[in-house]
Design a binder for this molecule. Structure first.
Ligand SMILES: C[S@@+](CC[C@H](N)C(=O)[O-])C[C@H]1O[C@@H](n2cnc3c(N)ncnc32)[C@H](O)[C@@H]1O
Length: 279
């Protein structure tokens, strides 16, 4: 049986289609990565050619194959306590400012998007438990979302490799994880603190369900987008925040070209963004 072949024209067709669906554009340098995954999905769906696979993608009503394709195409690299200085910023600078203007009894809503396999939202939950005295007084809701359903199921399971937990401080590792044959399993107190959902941040209809967040962590997503998708994402994230809400991006990401709507806030630990209280 001859191996299916992806021509340059096929690649470009796919590139455009995937970009429209997800905002992620695979440059020509990613050709090998993309071709390998396309061939994998063509074989899994018994598609004899790229053309028949592409027809399947565009015509299926359920969106099942599109989801499987997204799951193999996304780059899900993440680990516990990645760019920890921002968690310090949350605890030492953002939360004190936030609770100073919060009404008693109102929950603090934090959204972590994209979640990938959950290391980031769980790191935040652990930091709040360990380092923020306000946790005894305030009700905190943590929602975390991703476009990839495979990583979401890993996140809900909460079981991690040694590599993934290598930067977890030893005392936290002992306190919040059980070592099992499967790996480092998070205790249920932390797992239950985070709600995982599927969302495409570039889909305005889906994004309408995400509103009134006090803090959004959107780290290491915009790097996969071009300027147009970044601008769209910036608008969606702006609308998802409460007036006065805070946005944290990854260390190599910035809002400067994507949106002028946010105020830049320079805290001792990090530079972050804020939606004006009056907007
Ligand atoms: C490199 S991970 C970042 C994970 C985590 N925020 C971190 O910084 O460690 C990028 C994630 O973005 C997700 N993603 C890509 N496009 C997306 C979109 N349009 N909407 C939501 N998530 C998306 C991918 O599935 C992947 O899990």
């Amino acid at each position: 049986v001859s191996k299916p072949c992806i021509t340059e024209a096929d690649f470009h067709k796919f590139q455009e289609y995937f970009y429209r669906k997800t905002g992620v554009r695979f440059e020509d340098t990613k050709r090998y990565f993309v071709d390998r995954r396309l061939i994998e999905r063509m074989q899994a769906t018994d598609s004899a050619s790229f053309r028949s696979y592409f027809d399947l993608l565009r015509t299926e009503r359920s969106g099942t194959e599109m989801q499987s394709l997204i799951n193999v195409m996304t780059v899900n690299e993440t680990y516990f306590f990645r760019e920890e200085y921002q968690f310090c910023c949350l605890v030492n600078s953002v939360l004190p400012e936030l609770v100073a203007r919060k009404r008693e009894g109102e929950p603090i809503r934090i959204w972590v998007v994209p979640s990938s396999s959950g290391e980031e939202p769980y790191s935040i939950a652990i930091c709040l438990l360990e380092r923020w005295s306000g946790i005894a007084h305030w009700d905190v809701e943590i929602v975390s979302s991703d476009i990839d359903t495979h990583v979401l199921s890993l996140a809900r399971a909460g079981c991690y490799s040694s590599r993934s937990v290598q930067y977890v401080p030893a005392a936290y590792l002992r306190k919040y994880f059980h070592v099992t044959a499967a790996g480092h399993e998070l205790i249920s107190e932390v797992r239950d603190a985070v709600d995982f959902t599927r969302v495409n941040v570039l889909d305005p209809e889906q994004m309408r369900c995400y509103r009134n967040f006090d803090v959004i962590f959107c780290r290491n997503l915009l790097i996969y987008f071009d300027d147009v998708s970044r601008r769209m994402a910036a608008e969606e994230l702006f609308d998802a925040l409460r007036p006065g809400g805070y946005l944290m991006l990854g260390h190599s990401e910035s809002m400067s070209r994507a949106s002028a709507a946010f105020k830049v806030r320079k805290f001792p630990e990090a530079i972050i963004y804020q939606r004006s209280a009056g907007d």
